[in-house]
Write a protein that binds this ligand. Structure first.
Ligand SMILES: *Cc1c(COP(=O)(O)O)cnc(C)c1O
Length: 395
């Protein structure tokens, strides 16, 4: 890890670690940054907004000059909706690539917007592949945009956005990426992978608190977005134009959240940026996954598809294992885990992001071992049906 990386401190108020994909455990410095009040019109706050936008753009690597950053109030979903409504023209058509809840939510958003779309639904976790995208685009010339989820947080799969981007631009279409749970920890360099816009939010890999999202988009797309949005408050073109003209947000900004986010961005930089953050999360995942496997737990995904963001485990087949009980026992030991979202077999999820390092992840494994013992579970092995389900990935 970077020699200058700030030490990870345990939560000072004794609250449990959030092993969840945002909100997540933040540093004390991030929380402390919220103690001051800011006037939204004041020059100091305008400078903070500008500093934040530049710092976010810098995370795109070489070529970021062609992009601009537009923050949007609300949770991440508000920014996804803003992106879809602002960049896909009313007479456009999207291909939505889904393999979990967030892909399905993007499709549902298109339905609300009343805009034409086609859905490639790969089920709970199978990755949408480049050749599938190429085939659909070849047979459907009306499709103008492809919408992809970078890390599908509902299973934790890291989708192959590079090959998807290749397929999209070979066919002369445009790519929009929901990189909500990956941005800041997994590179999405504009010099290496092409896309028109990505969206993420304050409370994921940058390790801020919830309250706003942001869109990083090509200036050419921002220019062209005028008049596309169905919504006044979610109009990215309008927010962008106003912010560039006045330095201000159009409506009340979450001032404290932004102050906290700036602190989080400074810590992100001190940790070595995207590479440093990604390295810590990968180590978190590797330590946690190998410890859990030693206890007999099995992951939904093979190593190749495991993201360093969140990992899905099958629930053990042992009849003494009851998820709600396991959850409470883990919470008693200082760890909040996350229920699974699979439809076919029972599962739960453990996040690797937030103010945690490998030492914390070792404690997580110990807590899991103790919890199993307290429940009288002798083996954490999943049922045969779970392993059959996983075999689909190999085929
Ligand atoms: C967190 C997340 C979102 C946004 O969820 P909110 O609850 O609205 O913040 C969207 N897409 C993905 C992939 C996410 O992980």
């Amino acid at each position: 890890m970077n020699a200058h990386a700030p030490r990870i401190e345990p939560p000072r108020l004794g609250e449990p670690y959030l092993l969840t994909p945002g909100p997540l455990t933040t540093s004390y410095a991030v929380k402390e940054a919220m103690l001051k009040d800011w006037g939204s019109w004041d020059g100091d706050f305008r400078a903070m907004t500008q500093d934040m936008r530049i710092r976010l753009l810098n995370l795109l690597g070489d070529g970021s000059d062609d992009f601009d950053c537009v923050p949007i109030q609300g949770s991440g979903t508000f920014s996804v909706e803003a992106m879809l409504a602002s960049f896909i023209p009313r007479d456009g058509k999207a291909l939505v690539l889904a393999n979990g809840a967030y892909g399905m939510r993007a499709a549902q958003t298109m339905e609300y917007l009343g805009r034409d779309f086609r859905l490639l639904d790969k089920g709970d976790y199978l990755p949408p592949r480049g050749h599938e995208v190429a085939m659909i685009l070849a047979e459907d010339p009306d499709i103008t945009h492809v919408v992809a989820i970078h890390c599908e947080t509902s299973s934790g799969i890291l989708n192959p956005v590079e090959e998807i981007s290749e397929a999209v631009y070979t066919a002369g279409r445009k790519l929009l990426i929901d990189s909500m749970s990956a941005f800041g920890a997994i590179p999405l360099d504009v010099s290496k992978i092409r896309y028109e816009a990505l969206v993420s939010s304050a409370n994921k890999c940058i390790e801020g608190v919830p309250g706003f999202g942001f869109v990083l988009a090509r200036k050419s797309e921002l220019e062209a977005a005028k008049g596309n949005s169905h919504s006044m408050s979610l109009d990215i073109h309008a927010q962008w134009a106003h912010m560039n003209k006045t330095g201000q947000w159009r409506f009340t900004p979450p001032t404290h959240v932004i102050a906290a986010f700036l602190e989080a961005l400074r810590a992100h930089e001190a940790e070595g940026g995207v590479a440093g953050r990604g390295k810590r999360y990968m180590r978190n995942r590797d330590v946690m996954v190998s410890g859990m496997r030693e206890l007999g737990f099995d992951t939904l995904l093979e190593n190749r598809w495991l993201s360093p963001i969140i990992v899905t485990f099958f629930c053990p087949s042992d009849p003494n294992f009851v998820f709600d009980h396991f959850y409470e026992l883990m919470k008693d030991k200082g760890f909040i885990i996350y229920p699974g979202k699979l439809t076919v077999v029972d599962s739960f999820r453990v996040g690797c992001i937030g103010q945690m390092d490998e030492h914390v992840m070792r404690q997580v494994v110990i807590a899991a071992r103790e919890s199993l013992r307290e429940m009288g579970v002798t083996s954490a092995t999943p049922p045969a049906a779970a392993l059959q389900e996983r075999a689909k990935l190999a085929s």
